[in-house]
Design a protein around this ligand. Structure first.
Ligand code: FMN
Length: 164
């Protein structure tokens, strides 16, 4: 049966959405993998259970993962605990200036689920620090999009050949 890669994301001003979309577009190039792109508010435990690998993408808000992303993890954590162990995952964080705490949180939750980190997660910094910059729509540069595309393609390819 075809393996399924699930990309779960939340985005307020578009940065994380572009990251997730770039990863999705690249992963879709892997014909042996079915890739789904789902917003965190629409993602349920069944979606996690029916996937074989995951990419989590979130903004860092107030030194933490975005609240909507946290609500997704809160909603799904126990319903899938013990049922998705060993599946591969990676993560991406979109941050104005830091992002480390959000990434740490995602990695901690994934560790709780006993997921296997298959590609090193990373942070993309939008350099938004003033109120005006933070509230403005984000436009990811080509280098950032390409990094996200590489992550999506690598996770999908690794799943397809069975190394992850
Ligand atoms: C309420 C709020 C809190 C934020 N707190 C942080 C923070 O703690 N660290 C950081 O690096 N960026 C912070 N940011 C900036 C966002 O991470 C940045 O704007 C990012 O591009 C948001 O991703 P998005 O475009 O996908 O919504 C914050 C933004 C908002 C709206």
């Amino acid at each position: 049966m075809q393996k399924r890669l699930l990309i779960i994301y939340y985005s307020y001003t578009g940065g994380t959405e572009q990251m997730a979309q770039a990863a999705f577009d690249a992963a879709e190039g892997e014909s042996d993998i079915e890739t789904l792109l789902v917003r965190a508010e629409d993602c349920e435990a069944e979606d996690l259970l029916s996937a074989d690998g995951y990419i989590f993408a979130t903004p860092e808000n107030l030194a933490a993962i975005a609240g909507v992303m946290k609500a997704f993890f809160d909603r799904c954590y126990y319903p899938v605990l013990g049922k998705i162990e060993g599946r591969p995952y990676s993560a991406m964080v979109c941050a104005g200036s830091d992002g480390e705490n959000a990434l740490k949180q995602v990695e901690r939750i994934a560790k709780g689920w006993r997921l296997k980190k298959c590609v090193e997660p990373f942070i993309i910094c939008t350099h938004a620090q003033s109120e005006a910059a933070i509230l403005s729509p984000k436009q990811l540069g080509r280098a950032g999009r390409s990094k996200c595309a590489d992550l999506g393609a690598t996770v999908a390819a690794g799943m397809a050949v069975g190394v992850f």
